[in-house]
Design a protein around this ligand. Structure first.
Ligand SMILES: *Cc1c(COP(=O)(O)O)cnc(C)c1O
Length: 375
């Protein structure tokens, strides 16, 4: 029996060549020629003022929390339906995540629940663009502006996606991308911080370079390289950037192919939606997504458990996603909720993610046919 994995990292074929080149150049530490290329590519593609590679999206979010100057007791509004790092980055600074519910259609943070969550301690809003589909950024930015809050976009899944034509991660003050092997553009573990507010760029470079002004020193802007602020080592070495560059070169075609797979699922599953067996994802008209994920919403947790197990017997590997953070031990300890988590609880239990990787195209009929037999 052929096993269909849930994920299979895609390589363009040039990754090792560029890594060899970095070796040959004797440039192995961070911010060498490959890192510069990646920065320039990100700045050109997204329109952000400054892009900085990091070890992960988690690291980029940690940098953002430092840049937002989160102090103990400060509150940050985010969805409970997200990855732990969205919350942890702020908890590490003593911040308190305040969870709001998600919308039933996109599973993104429900922007109509944000105002009620704001207190005198609120400092930032952290929208998470689930499946690379944009949150309602117009409304979120209006709220942020009127309450003088920062907006930090967790765009971990959002590279090459747009909202109203703007790249995800560039609408708020800062945005964070992930290049983890489960994402669209990858380097194993990696990420980037996008800085859209010029006034934050200089400090960002310092925080990323262990709290030193090393970057300014190398640009000839200062004559001493010294400790000036808090910081850590958030920059990846050149080997990672060399690998990533091979992927960035093919970002357009990778995205197009993923969108092709996504569409295949979407069309094949329409009949099952029509007879009420499942719900397919819905994409707002002003959002262009990137084919990051295909999920379906089944009618109950029991059905989902049965479907996962039965598909597994057929060699088809599917997975569920986030356990809502507000119900996790960490969430209970470090965070609080604002309002009911009705959609978060109901939908996370019923969500099933289907295999989506380059090369799965000719297995989709088998996967969707198996689903229709099981449902
Ligand atoms: C993948 C992911 C992260 C974490 O990314 P890393 O690069 O693994 O740190 C954070 N938030 C969301 C929404 C993600 O999907």
């Amino acid at each position: 029996m052929m096993n269909i994995p849930f994920n299979k990292p895609y390589m363009t074929g040039k990754e090792l060549f560029y890594i060899a080149k970095a070796n040959f150049n004797n440039m192995l530490a961070g911010d060498g020629p490959f890192t510069k290329r990646c920065h320039e590519w990100l700045e050109e593609k997204t329109g952000t003022k400054r892009a900085l590679l990091t070890h992960s999206c988690t690291a980029a979010l940690e940098m953002a929390a430092i840049l937002a100057d989160i102090q103990p007791g400060d509150e940050v509004i985010l969805p409970s339906f997200t990855f732990v790092s969205t919350a942890n980055a702020f908890v590490l600074r003593g911040g308190v995540p305040v969870f709001v519910d998600i919308r039933p259609d996109t599973l993104n943070m429900d922007e109509t629940k944000i105002r009620a969550a704001i207190t005198s301690r609120t400092r930032a809003i952290v929208p998470v663009h689930y499946m690379g589909v944009g949150c309602e950024m117009d409304v979120i930015m209006d709220i942020a502006l009127s309450h003088k809050l920062l907006v930090i976009e967790d765009a971990a899944q959002g590279i090459m996606s747009t909202y109203d034509g703007l790249a995800l991660g560039t609408v708020g003050h800062m945005g964070a991308y992930s290049f983890h092997e489960t994402k669209n553009i990858i380097c194993g573990e990696g990420g980037a911080l996008l800085i859209n507010d010029d006034s934050l760029a200089e400090r960002a470079e310092i925080i990323r370079e262990k709290g030193t002004n090393r970057t300014q020193f190398f640009c000839g802007q200062v004559d001493k390289y010294t400790w000036v602020d808090i910081g850590s080592s958030y920059l990846p070495g050149e080997l990672i950037a060399a690998f990533l560059w091979a992927q960035m070169e093919e970002a357009e075609s990778i995205t197009a192919r993923r969108l092709g797979v996504w569409k295949q699922y979407h069309e094949a599953l329409e009949p099952l939606e029509k007879v009420g067996k499942l719900r397919r994802p819905s994409i707002p008209l002003n959002c262009q997504h990137n084919g990051h994920m295909y999920y379906i919403l089944l009618n109950s947790l029991e059905i989902r458990t049965r479907v996962i197990n039965e598909l597994k017997k057929l060699g088809i590997n599917t997975v569920f996603h986030y356990v809502p953070l507000h119900s996790s031990p960490g969430g209970q300890k470090f965070a609080r909720t604002s309002g009911l988590m009705k959609n978060t609880e109901a939908l996370s239990d019923r969500l099933l993610r289907l295999p989506l990787w380059l090369g799965v195209e000719d297995k989709i009929e088998q996967i969707t046919t198996s689903l229709s037999v099981l449902l």
